[in-house]
Design a protein around this ligand. Structure first.
Ligand SMILES: [Fe+2]
Length: 190
């Protein structure tokens, strides 16, 4: 289940209904699709796409997506730093950003036109649709692992338009997933 934080309001939402309601107001579609036990998360990409074809076809029919692929990022992925730098600067797309997470975790920051920036930490089983034109950026969590099915309306795939605003630099890409260890509280003063 995704975790949603609004740093400006010092608010964290962890209950499913609360996360859904907040995302709905921000026009971000969110669904939980528990992983298919018949296909391991580390199955070859073709097998994964075949296993999820029902979900993929339904999404294609609804959103006009024409292609689907699998993005697979690990700590030892060649060129990882360059790849992450492309994701982690504020940008938008001419098409929706649709991701079904099948393994690992990641952190979307969404910058709505009429509200504060919020962070959405996604994990396996989370399906997110960020509408075209929405300003956002993305970081991996500390374990630097994510595997996700992506859908595209443009067959040429992922094309970002960078805002160059620098807003992204004001937000720490801190995940709160299972491996998060809270910073130690400062010692109490006598
Ligand atoms: Fe994006």
């Amino acid at each position: 289940m995704a975790i949603l934080r609004i740093p400006e309001q010092r608010t964290t939402i962890t209950d499913a209904d609360g996360v859904r309601a907040y995302l709905e107001r921000a026009q971000i579609e969110y669904e939980r699709l528990p992983p298919d036990p018949a296909v391991p998360a580390d199955a070859p990409a073709d097998a994964l796409l075949a296993a999820y074809h029902g979900t993929i076809d339904a999404l294609k029919a609804r959103g006009g997506y024409v292609t689907a692929d699998v993005i697979d990022v690990r700590p030892d992925t060649p060129g990882l730093e360059g790849m992450l730098a492309k994701f982690s600067a504020e940008h938008w797309h001419d098409e929706d950003e649709v991701r079904l997470i099948v393994e690992g975790r990641g952190l979307f920051h969404i910058h709505p036109a009429d509200g504060p920036v919020f962070a959405l930490e996604v994990e396996a089983g989370d399906l997110i649709r960020v509408p075209k034109g929405t300003h956002h950026w993305f970081d991996l969590c500390g374990d630097r692992r994510i595997r996700a099915i992506r859908l595209f309306q443009d067959p040429s795939g992922w094309t970002p338009h960078y805002t160059g605003s620098g807003v992204d630099r004001g937000f720490q890409p801190v995940c709160f997933g299972p491996s998060y260890i809270a910073p130690a509280a400062p010692p109490a003063r006598a």
